[in-house]
Design a binder for this molecule. Structure first.
Ligand SMILES: CC(C)(COP(=O)(O)OP(=O)(O)OC[C@H]1O[C@@H](n2cnc3c(N)ncnc32)[C@H](O)[C@@H]1OP(=O)(O)O)[C@@H](O)C(=O)NCCC(=O)NCCS
Length: 326
């Protein structure tokens, strides 16, 4: 990694870490874009990520799990933790480029690790740049170890047929939503004990970021679910439907259910007039990856997941899950 050494400033005052406040959001968003854009060497780093939003959406999802670092009272970076029940992950972690390599990133790891302690998540993870020794070493210090690559994939949306048994969380009557959330928790718990996407489903709904596909199975159970962000102002960005998390019930029919879930995601994208479908696939789930490639998904970004502890979590061949922890 190269950082803009010529513009590097030595930290003059003490670094403080505190909750990220609403008044910090504009500046935190600027730093987030310029940090990634600078790391990746794009010509106009301040415009990186375009119309996609991460800082404001993640802050709104859980302001208690959003943190700021300041130097001399000025915002220097931010980090966000996410609670998926037995699973916790964090990001985006960003530091102002002129302050890189002075320990601020490490300081911003402390409060997210405290969140995971408080929440009691059993499996922790993150997604990062596999080619960066700095990133791998920074996270190793906190107990994370690199595992399989994750392919962030995309495909052009084709016209698609309706998918029988599809329900959208945003369309169910408010009084029925708790039952659907229970059914979603039961499904994700069958994929990985204690895995619970309720916070993502609710945040997506409340903030109007997109919708959650619920695929009905037999009785009151679900065959699959997919939390989808749609368009500008969400994590997807303009003209994109981003499957932030998807999973189907494990077992002998899992691959067929997965195909049905992908059909339903493409259908939602098409209904919303979005031209591109984005979905991340960990390569520890080879059959799921192959099925996406066979459908025409192509990888546009590849990174590595790091896990604590160093075990597969739900990234194993029998898990038909979509996510990228970006
Ligand atoms: C990644 C990022 C948040 C790190 O912030 P930072 O303030 O520069 O990081 P820190 O200085 O706290 O820690 C970096 C550590 O990596 C170590 N490191 C740097 N290069 C290294 C290398 N080649 N090999 C091993 N360790 C290395 C540093 O020595 C330092 O640890 P130390 O101070 O204990 O020696 C920042 O660079 C950033 O914003 N990058 C762009 C956005 C991004 O990539 N975010 C993370 C996505 S997962």
């Amino acid at each position: 990694m190269t950082s803009p050494a010529a513009e590097r400033r030595t930290v003059a005052g003490p670094v403080s870490v505190r909750p990220l406040g609403e008044a910090d959001l504009d500046r935190a968003d600027e730093i987030f874009r310029v940090a990634f854009g600078t790391f990746l060497g794009v010509p106009e780093p301040e415009t990186f990520f375009g119309s996609a939003e991460y800082v404001r959406t993640r802050w709104a999802a859980d302001p208690q799990a959003a943190f700021a670092a300041t130097v001399d009272g000025e915002l220097a970076g931010s980090n966000f933790a996410a609670n998926w029940g037995s699973v916790g992950y964090f990001g985006p972690l960003t530091v102002r480029p002129d302050l890189w390599d002075q320990g601020i990133g490490k300081r911003l790891m402390e409060p997210v690790m405290d969140c995971f302690d408080t929440w009691g998540n059993r499996h922790l993870g993150l997604f990062t740049f596999s080619h960066s020794p700095k990133h791998l070493e920074l996270y190793r210090r906190y107990g994370f170890w690199p595992r399989f690559l994750t392919a962030v994939m995309k495909k052009q949306v084709a016209g698609s047929a309706t998918v029988p048994g599809r329900v959208l969380y945003g369309e169910v009557p408010a009084a029925e939503r708790p039952d659907w959330l229970d059914a979603g928790r039961e499904l994700t718990g069958a994929v990985y004990e204690g895995l619970d996407l309720e916070r993502e489903i609710v945040a997506t709904h409340v903030q109007g970021l997109g919708d959650t596909i619920l695929l009905q199975g037999g009785g009151s159970t679900l065959d699959g679910l997919a939390v989808c962000h749609c368009g500008a102002g969400s994590e997807a960005g303009e003209d994109v439907c981003f499957v932030k998390f998807g999973a189907v019930r494990p077992g002998p029919e899992a691959a067929d259910r997965f195909e049905r879930l992908l059909d339903a995601c493409e259908r939602l994208a098409s209904e919303r007039g979005l031209g591109q479908l984005d979905a991340g696939m960990n390569l520890g789930r080879p059959d799921a990856y192959r099925r996406m490639a066979d459908r025409g998904f192509r990888t546009w970004l590849q990174g590595v997941t790091m896990h604590r502890p160093n075990d597969p979590g739900y990234s194993h061949p029998g898990a038909y899950v979509i996510d990228d922890w970006r």
